[in-house]
Design a protein. Structure first.
Length: 133
């Protein structure tokens, strides 16, 4: 994509970043859609601690949300039991998005996003127009 600026991964999705690109149109980065559960967690955390959650707090909360049902419904005596169960699932959905297991590696489903005058939108590339010569 000629003339496009690619700035980074999901960690770029911050208020400072959004404010800094108010006038820009062609800024792209990797991230995920904000879901209702993501927004609910942000509000819950901010109300409780007076600040926005960072990536460590978000993933820690998500880990508990994924593991808690396993701990309460299965007989788990060791960490390996949790790991075996998760490996059998092949996919996990949490507040930060959807994760799938591919070749024994957990892969997070990510999107290409566009910061367009301070608004973050999903970006779907389109094929360039063809010309007849």
């Amino acid at each position: 994509a000629f003339g496009t600026t690619f700035v980074g991964d999901a960690s770029w999705r911050t208020l400072n970043f959004i404010q800094g690109v108010q006038r820009e149109r062609k800024i792209f980065f990797i991230g995920d859609k904000n879901s209702a559960s993501t927004e609910d967690f942000k509000k819950f955390y901010t109300n409780l601690y007076g600040e926005s959650p960072k990536i460590v707090e978000t993933f820690s909360y998500e880990a508990i949300k994924v593991i808690f049902p396993i701990l309460t419904t299965l007989e788990v005596s060791r960490r390996d039991d949790i790991e075996k169960y998760l490996l059998q699932q092949k996919a996990v959905s949490g507040i930060s998005g959807y994760w799938s297991l591919l070749d024994n590696v957990w892969i997070k489903d990510m999107n290409l996003l566009n910061a367009d005058r301070g608004n973050i939108k999903d970006f779907t590339p389109t094929a360039p127009a063809t010309t007849n010569i």
